[in-house]
Design a protein around this ligand. Sequence first.
Ligand code: ADP
Ligand code: MG
Length: 695
Amino acid sequence: MSTPAKISPATLAKLAKLGMHHRSDLLLHLPLRYEDETHLTPIDTLQPGETAQVQGIITHNEVTYRPRRSLICRMEDNSGELYLRFLNFYPSQQKQLAVGQNIRAIGEARMGYYGMEMVHAKCRAAHDNTPLNTSLTPVYPTTSGLAQTVLRKLINNALEVLPLTDTLPESLRQELHLANFGDSLKLLHNPTPDIAATALEDRSHAAWRRIKFDELLAQQLSMRVHHRERGKRQAPKLVAKKTLTRQLVKALPFALTKAQQKVLHEIEQDIEQSHPMQRLLLGDVGSGKTIVAALAALQAIENGYQAAFMAPTEILAEQHYLKLKEWLIPLGLEPVWLSGSMKKKDKAAAVERIADGTTQIAVGTHALFQASVSFKNLGLVIVDEQHKFGVQQRLALRNKGKSSQTVRGKPVEPHSPDSNISEPHQLMMSATPIPRTLAMSYYADLDVSVIDELPPGRTPIVTKLVSDSRREEVCARVRTACGNGEQVYWVCPLIAESETLELQNALETHQALTETFPERIVGLVHGRLDNAEKARVMAAFKSGEIHLLVATTVIEVGVDVPNASLMVIEHAERMGLAQLHQLRGRVGRGTAQSTCILMFQQPLSELARARLKVIFENTDGFVIAQQDLQLRGPGELLGARQSGVAMLRFADLTMDEDLLEQARRAADMLLRDHPDAARAHLHRWMSNKHDYLHV
Ligand code: ADP
Ligand code: MG
């Protein structure tokens, strides 16, 4: 039995940089790829793109200066010749590769100027009978100054000295046909050459599947645990009295869709519980989430509690405010508006009405959770477009509810450990439809309700792809729409590098379109306008005063103008799928046939072409999100900041959906029937152990 390897402080620091703090973290530091040093490839059989090991005698060694200073050597074996090229090299390397030396090199072969070559091959001196490796050589993620050889030694030592106990109950392992944990780890760190390299590389090998399953299981377990913890916290019971809610439903000019009724029912029941709801309401653009939120707010109000309705932008928050006024004033309630840009005096008045409980519902931006705002008795927090907020901001609002509570007449600190304080229920909404896999993975700590149906009577939006060389035709189309009394959005391109250029472009477009359509009122809205100005323009568009609205992507979320039936998006190739879908959702809100014209500029990159094809062929936000996931991967789709959960290292949600489903079911089963196994598993994967590397 070996003893744990001693690790120098310098190496410890490097390991920490890679996120490894405990000896056991070494076990789960798995190879990125493998090099096959178990056999030699004859030079004349090398294929371009193939990574291989070759051996031969150096027959030429030269430093050239064009196009760049580089070292070029020729190697020959008895089948052919190969060039070794180095762009940066040390004198020692040049010496090592002197003419006449017998060298073993490993690298990727490619067709170069002189013939087959390897750039920056890994070379070492060899004899004709230098032994070959018996297993594939793992290549680990590393950091500068930490050599692969050092990592390999430490990892192999960890494999010997640490227990590789299987955390899964045998019965579960059998049922899911999962490989043994210890064997899987050993195999991945030192695979024998008979294992198909492709199965290791594409991570479909049983050993990889086991590790990925374990990772997903740990993630599901930690979120389920979090979910259960929530069950122990306190929240006001908001009983569905159906006094105010029924009145509002009766007054609406439409009937709720089945899907709206279903999610409403889920929410109603959830906030009747005495522990806080944390529910994500997913629904495609235009599916009618706002009314659902308003009815939930009324249920809080019916019970004498306040509700807060928060949106990420002033435009959107203001829309909600207007909508809520329209719905709630007839019921004798008056929403209060709160935003960062309000005049001091108005703000103070709003804050006072929130604090003394005069108002039952406050609508606004993140100004709602600033320190100066305190609610009398906040029962429900509604967060629209929740993915636009960071986790921290949502937590702040939750704590706001807590700080407003009093215990024995004294205000309670937001972070007080007093377990009797209650916190508000939370309803988060998102129109960025998250594919099911992602929702299951990243929101396992939330409950999810889905509105999977659009209100009736909507005519599907027609999407057109038009090259920007046909701008004239697009203008003709705009003229016709305006002539029919319809309204038009004209969205200016996103210029990621420069907000100034973006603004300049919007101003120029506005100018140009004003000249093209002298008979029409052309409005302009962009991110640099102050909020009052923005609101004024939006109101004018809504009332029909403005016919054609030139806009930057600030209108992306939530704007609702049913009479707008045509949208033109310039340089659509620069925008992401979610953004295009959101923008397109601004039309098709009324009964008129709506059109979205996506103008693009040639030549298109492959990704841009793929995106435009997806948006052209699909209108269902969930399908689009699924495709987006495939095009971009989950990291970019959600962003670590928004998910609030560490990214997965091994599992790939686009490929491992089956494993995720299994992990989710296994997590519930383990927590219920094998809590010790669940604990051991979390312990292994969540790095909260005590076998620190340096002890
Ligand atoms: P989103 O889910 O994108 O936030 P909204 O709540 O803004 O959608 O609703 C879009 C539009 O549909 C609004 O004008 C809203 O009043 C209307 N609406 C909502 N529910 C229904 C329904 N059941 N029938 C008809 N129209 C509805
Ligand atoms: Mg909305």
